[in-house]
Design a protein around this ligand. Sequence first.
Ligand code: BTN
Length: 326
Amino acid sequence: MNADIEILAALRAAGVGGVSGAELAQRLHVTRAAIWARIHDLRQLGYDIAATPYAGYHFISAPDLLHADDLAARLGPVRVIGRDLRVFRETASTSDIAEHLARDGVAEGAVVFAEAQARGRGRLGRPWHSPAGKGLWFSVLLRPDWHPTEATRITIAAATALARAIQLRTGLAAAIKWPNDLLFRGRKAAGILTELSAELDRVKYVIVGVGVDVNVTAAEFPPEFRRQATSLSIETVQRLDRSDLAIAILRALDHDYERVTGGRFDEVADEWAAQCTTLGQPVAISVGKRHIRGRAEALDADGALLVRTEHGLLERVTGGDVRLEK
Ligand code: BTN
């Protein structure tokens, strides 16, 4: 653990009682001056930390920014997802960075956040608008020991985890549109882009890119998205704490990744199906140049959508654009 993680964890744990510089120095095996210097740097970032001569340091508030050490301090121990956290002020796409980490051999579970993305990407080559400080734009590096056909499970697990964490932190119940859109009152506030690197019979790594419109205002959406998009703050009519939500999402992702890698995908799929608005509905799906029309019947054991076509055939769909037919 680095010094900032320990200091922030100790300050938060001490609450109103505060913690003295001497105690922090002793715990971290550094001088009180070194502690003061770290506190000074945290204040420069916008942390409000009070200091009183007798009681020591008190945590008052955190700024609205994602800080890797603070996230780690608040997240606590995780099994896989979030054991390595990195935050960038701005990047082209967090999924590009996660991909570089994957190629460099970084262990699974690393998570890359950015306050802003200049070239955030969505599914099917669409752009993903990622304004600074308004959302959660992050990518998770995973290395499941799977056949490539099983990778859709990760998207299903990620959508389930995301919906649960959002409900926990905001009270909002999402409708999931297969495979990865989270809708509120019919408008999208979050999406997942799963990218895979695989050999014929084995996944090398998976990058799960998650975008959540947290505090984006209606006027901040590009005009072409305004009618279909919403944000969690528009839905709750309040500004939300992004770090708090990020922590809830990471814990939920870690939990559901454990469930799917531990042979409990059916449990996750049941939870997903309970929130999915696609199942049971007539759908039109475009997969490249192919168009499939039919009724979305179920998920299969790998997370693919099973669609009963107009001709009575059962089609297995793993990608594409789904439209609900009236
Ligand atoms: C979609 O619904 O089309 C998926 C959107 C995924 C956006 C996220 S934001 C973080 C990560 N980096 C990207 O460039 N895309 C994903």
